[in-house]
Every structure is written in structure tokens, then in C-alpha cells.
Design a protein around this ligand. Sequence first.
Ligand code: R5P
Length: 295
Amino acid sequence: MIVLPGPASQELGNRIASQLNAKLIPIVFKKFPDGESYIRIQGDVRGKHVVAVQTTSRPQEERMIQLLLMISAAKNHNARKITAVIPYFAYSRQDRAFLQGEACSAKVFIQILEACGVSDIITVNAHNPEAIRSCSVPVKDISAIPLLAKHFKSKGFESAVSLSMGKKGLSTAKEAAKILEGPSDYIPTRRDVHTGAVTIEEKPLNVEGRTAILFDDIISSGGTMMKAVFHTKNQGASRVYAACVHPLMTEDTRKKIIGCGADGVIGTDSVQSPISVVSVAPAVARALSQKEPKP
Ligand code: R5P
């Protein structure tokens, strides 16, 4: 197995390679004066299983193109198998046409990956893994929630209340609660499909005098998390922490969430950011080293 750390995931690619004790081949990448991307694999991949690691957070289009070029180059240079590790899968929130006339962006990205020759895909807490799985190549979505929960446990947060955003996310809170050995619940959220504004519905939470940890797949503008932190504090939680897998952090997000009463905000290195204190490398390496089922 050969790991190619893409321009957007240099550190994570290195961590995955060292977890696997795998060879690493660097990628030469540059931008032409007009902004177009260039990549070259600096080694021989012929007959090899190549793992291209590239997250696709901001600037999404550039990072997506770089990944497609990596896959295509590996294919053209006769790699035997090409696994794309896409820790943050761009456009995954637009997993269907919510309004008449909209594109299903997640599907478009998958279709191009397939056309470039990807053999299989590994994602981390994709927003809707089912939407990504609707393609002809195998997609494995792994969860970094246990790694985040273990981080809190190692800091002495056993039996904290694990909370997730929205009823659909309750499995996330349950996943964390299994490790933290405390209760789990969800905060009901609703997003307006026209304005994108998020509202929190009133729901009593059993957090009085307790530490609560709010888990979400993504923190982007921080709007959802800010409201959730505020709501949880209002219900009497003694301490509130915010945790996400993908810290997109589009604005001065950490500061804003702390301003709403959070005692800390953390994320993983699926997207490298100042709050990326947990690495997804062990979970990705485990997924890569699992034996493939025989066809
Ligand atoms: C929504 O469906 C996601 O799970 C996140 O809650 C959302 O993407 C967070 O976005 P923001 O930080 O901009 O509120």
C-alpha cells in the first residue's frame, strides 16, 4: 500500500502512513499563474494499491480538482487499485434536490470520482453516507465520534451528558455515550431550506448541574452550535463543550461559540484547524487495513 498525501491533507496523510507503516510518495503540486492546479506523483505506482488522502473543505473546488488529478494520475500510471480517503466530503449536505431545480451536488462529485478511476472511497462521518453510497464503487464511512469521546474521557469527563443536533443525530450521541458512560439525548434543530437559518425547538434536557458535550458532524459558521450551547446552558448545565468531526470554522467561529457559554470547542484533523486536537488517522488506518470481502 502506498499513501499519497494530497495538498490539503499533508499532515493527516503522513499520520495515516505512519500508522500503517506504509510507503509514502509525495505529490508535487502547484498552481499556474491563472489559478489552475497541477499535480505530479513523485514516484512509481505501477501495480500498487494507492491511497490518495485529500480532504475537500474550503477551497472545495480546488481541492476536489486536486484529488481528481491525483486519482487520474495514479490510474494513468497503472496503479492496481486506488482508494480515495476523503475525510471531509465536500457538498455532502446537498445530498438531494430540496427545492425544484436544484442539483444533487454530492452525487455529481461521486460521479466524477468514478469517472476518474477511483476503486473505493473512505469518508469520515459523511453528512449522509447513504447518498454517497449510491454509486458503483464501495464507500466506507467511518465514525470519528468514538475518538472525540475518548478524548473527553481521557480528560476526566466520564458520565458527561452526550447531546447531538437533531433527532436524526441521536445515534451520534449514543455512540459517544457508550464511551463516556453517561446519558444521551438530542437537541431538536430545524433548518429553513430557503434561508438556511437554524432554529432550536424547546425541549427539556436532563442536564441540570451536569457537564454536557454537544456533538455534531460539522461546525461551519457555528450558528447551530452557538444556539445549542446557549440552550443547554439555559437548562442549567454546569459546563458545556462543543465537539465536531469537521471543523470548517468559516468565521471567527470558536470565539463566537465560547461567547455563547461553551467551555471548550474541539474537532478532528479531518480538516486541519486550530481546534483539531483529535486525529482521525487511527480510524482511517484501521479501515484501510481491514481485509476486503472476497467478491
Ligand atoms: C447540519 O445539517 C450539520 O449537521 C451541521 O449542524 C451544520 O452544517 C453546522 O453548520 P453551521 O455551523 O453553519 O451552523
